[in-house]
Design a protein around this ligand. Sequence first.
Ligand code: NAD
Length: 256
Amino acid sequence: MNKTVLITGSTSGIGLGIAKQFAKEGYHIMFHGLEPNGAEIANEVGDKYKVKVAFSNANLLQSEAIEDLIAETIKTFGELHVLVNNAGIQYVSPIEDFPNNKYENIIAINMNAVFYASKAVWKQMKKQNFGRIINVSSVHGIRASEFKSAYVTAKHGVIGMTKVLALEGAPFNITCNAICPGYVKTPLVVGQIKDQAKAHNMTEDEVVEKVMLKKQAVKQFVPLEAIADMAILLAKDSATTMTGSSFVLDGGWSAQ
Ligand code: NAD
């Protein structure tokens, strides 16, 4: 039987990498994201791997839209086995200039949406006696960097929530884990490279080497495939005792 996965923010970057890997494994996929060509991306993956797909552009800033996204997924596919809370945004600024609305949006999308989506899938996963919730946190869920007050707060929050959901889900074969990547070269990071080059008056290559990968012992971006493989492992039937944990793929950043 093909299982169903909903991946938020899966029409770009890490989410798309995860979606392709789930498609290869035969999962039906609810794609989601704000990219205008989202439906096209979903159909391409569906055609390539011969799996059922659908697409939603629900805005994660609104709790009702998140509830509708989950309801639509269950209505379309009949079941929902795996939820990957992946969508996220970033904004970098010293705290004294950090715009309040940027702070609020990062907390809403990167943290609160994880709560609303997980809450909304709970009843279905309990009914199935099977659920896998996978939260894409970050190395910034366990470590801090200056100028990222909102992001670091949200990502730490997600790790706390992951532990609570693991405890509450245990009687129902619902697991919840976090994946904590270091830097991955996605549109979110490409934007940061440009901003940082301006801020530090450096070339983009210098920013990658001297700023971004400075804290990683392995001086390369984390490959999308590594994160996707980790998500596939966490979704397996056999992963029932892997719960409440954070799986760190950070090139040795947090080993220091
Ligand atoms: P990305 O910008 O490529 O993709 C983000 C996705 O989230 C997009 O599909 C976008 O449409 C969606 N999204 C953003 N705001 C939304 C909203 N209001 N409503 C609905 N969807 C929205 O970013 P990415 O680098 O692939 O990041 C994915 C996740 O991985 C994020 O949670 C990010 O914090 C985390 N992460 C990224 C890195 C990295 O280096 N790229 C490292 C660690 C963790």
